[in-house]
Design a protein around this ligand. Structure first.
Ligand SMILES: Cc1cc2nc3c(=O)[nH]c(=O)nc-3n(C[C@H](O)[C@H](O)[C@H](O)COP(=O)(O)O)c2cc1C
Length: 207
């Protein structure tokens, strides 16, 4: 494990070629996902859902859907498709129930939260829900990139894919599960090129 915060954050670069012979063990993959889901989310509803595409069959299914990102698909340990669950509110009771069990809130406080969340979420427009689940899931994607580095892996975030068909191709209801991004993950096998950033003054306004 790498515990060097500066190295993890500031030496992260998008890696597009991985060691194709290396597969991340299942228990470590689940640990990476566990650490990823420590990310914050709106009213803690955790709308992210992960499909870990690691088999040859899965990679073959993904290949025609990922445009110019073939090397990531073919060499990574896994392509982790992150979907946002538009019905994430169905887990409100469960999540807040666990908070009560853990002694983090009373039954009464839980009820108050559930009564606030449910009408807001079930009454939200599709556009609003889409924004919520994409913001939350994007935070998870970022966290996953950093968690991966702590485990000694590299990543490339992929936005270039066929977003209209990817859910159905992987057996999910496309109205419910909106694709957010794909995280290619594996042992890096190239020196990723450096990248540039705008200066803080160029992207910031103080008022
Ligand atoms: C939402 C999003 C989508 C991206 N999509 C792709 C992609 O489809 N293919 C790719 O090779 N890189 C993709 N990237 C990686 C960016 O090109 C990369 O982060 C950027 O050029 C900065 O380089 P760095 O990550 O090495 O610092 C994406 C990044 C983000 C945040």
């Amino acid at each position: 494990m790498n515990n060097d915060f500066k190295d993890i954050v500031f030496n992260r670069r998008s890696v597009r070629v991985f060691d194709e012979n290396y597969k991340i063990p299942r228990d470590e993959m689940l640990q990476i996902i566990k650490e990823t889901t420590e990310a914050p989310s709106s009213v803690n509803l955790q709308p992210w859902r992960f499909v870990v595409v690691e088999s040859q069959e899965g990679k073959d299914k993904l290949r025609p859907l990922i445009e110019f990102n073939i090397s990531q698909n073919d060499t990574s340990s896994a392509m982790i498709i992150i979907f946002g669950d538009m019905k994430c509110y169905e887990k409100t009771e469960e999540i807040y129930g666990r908070a009560v069990e853990k002694g983090l809130m009373t039954e009464e406080e839980k009820k108050k939260m559930v009564d606030l969340i449910m009408p807001a979420y079930t009454g939200a427009t599709r556009q609003k829900m889409n924004d919520i689940v994409k913001i939350d899931s994007s935070l998870a994607a970022m966290q996953m990139q950093l968690v991966a580095r702590a485990h000694g892996y590299e990543t490339c975030l992929i936005g270039g894919f066929e977003e209209d068909v990817i859910a159905e191709e992987f057996g999910l209801d496309k109205e419910r599960y909106v694709p957010v991004t794909i995280v290619a993950i594996g042992k890096g096998n190239e020196d990723a090129s450096d990248s540039v950033r705008l200066e803080p003054e160029e992207v910031t306004r103080f008022e």
